[in-house]
Design a protein around this ligand. Structure first.
Ligand code: NAG
Ligand code: NAG
Length: 294
């Protein structure tokens, strides 16, 4: 080898890090897709104490998202107007890694979108974040934030029956706390999620409302999204994760598969490289002991 052992080690380390970060983002594009965002009208002065509160709040969200899928923080001020609260909610199926990435992405996007705003909220496919100086923590809010419906499927009663079964299941309250719900029937799939500051009964109430709105608002559509301020319900034919009814479902899936295959391949290569380096060290060590080869 023409590289010194130190260079080889550094090279290998960088290679392994790159592999790990690659493995950690199998479907980042789907999780980080923008759904909606909004900012409060009031602005704070740049450099004000309020700004540093917002910054430390957003930092807390990012740090906390490595350990849990929901959390809230309040940075107290001298008055209630001066007190900032914030929360994040990741979709219930995300790993800690994906959740942390999604929240970090949301925070940086929200920083641009709501520059110097007293409050703001952002929903990506995989996570929701919100901060404000008004009282919203623990308050149920069924305001429709975004409603999107796919093209009508006319009188395909088969699909509609399945859709209704999926939504029916999503809306079923069995008394237990289920803030994240998935359901499927045939090729129709549904997902529902509450923000974690709602009580079990508020969550159930919010989801019932979202589902009722979805049925009445979207009629016989191939897919539908209903985001209320504290919960959402969605359904689609052929997978909800890269939803929106975009025509790129299959492309996304193929990309994911390709990325996974590549990641595994690179992992194997890195493993073999590590073994080679280890063996060459071992040999060198033996050689130094026994003064061989000279
Ligand atoms: C906080 O909220 C109030 C309205 O409730 C607003 O007037 C005020 O400017 C906001 N921002 C700050 C930094 O206090
Ligand atoms: C906010 O977080 C605290 C501490 O983690 C927790 O005890 C409280 O229940 C949370 N409040 C809401 C509304 O989620």
């Amino acid at each position: 080898m023409s590289l010194t052992s130190h260079q080889t080690l550094v090279f290998l380390w960088v290679f392994l890090l790159a592999t790990v970060s690659f493995l950690a983002t199998p479907s980042a594009s789907a999780i980080n897709s923008f759904v909606f965002g909004g900012c409060s009208q009031q602005k704070y002065l740049p450099g004000s104490p309020y700004e540093s509160k917002v910054n430390s709040l957003l930092t807390s969200l990012v740090n906390s998202a490595m350990f849990t899928t929901y959390n809230n923080f309040t940075i107290p001020g001298s008055s209630s107007q001066d007190t900032v609260s914030g929360l994040f909610q990741c979709r219930g199926d995300l790993s800690n890694n994906d959740c942390a990435q999604c929240v970090a992405r949301s925070v940086s996007q929200l920083g641009n979108l709501c520059l110097n705003s007293c409050g703001g909220a952002l929903q990506l496919e995989g996570c929701f974040i919100k901060y404000d100086n008004t009282t919203f923590l623990g308050v149920e809010d069924k305001t429709v934030v975004i409603k999107k419906c796919g093209q009508s499927i006319g009188f395909d009663s088969d699909v509609l029956t399945r859709r209704d079964a999926v939504l029916g299941y999503l809306g079923t309250g069995d008394g237990t706390y289920r803030p994240y719900r998935v359901s499927g029937s045939g090729n129709v799939q549904g997902v529902a999620q509450c923000v974690g500051d709602l009580s079990p009964s508020e969550c159930q109430d919010c989801l019932s409302e979202a589902i009722a709105q979805l049925k009445s608002g979207c009629g016989p559509s191939a897919w539908g999204d209903m985001f209320l301020a504290k919960c959402y319900a969605r359904y689609s034919q052929g997978g909800y994760q890269s939803n929106g009814g975009h025509d790129d479902h299959d492309d996304d899936d193929n990309d994911d598969e390709l990325e996974k295959t590549l990641a595994i391949l690179i992992g194997v290569i890195a493993g073999v490289a590590l073994l080679v380096v280890f063996l060459s060290y071992f040999r060198k060590y033996l050689c130094e002991e026994e003064k061989c080869g000279k």
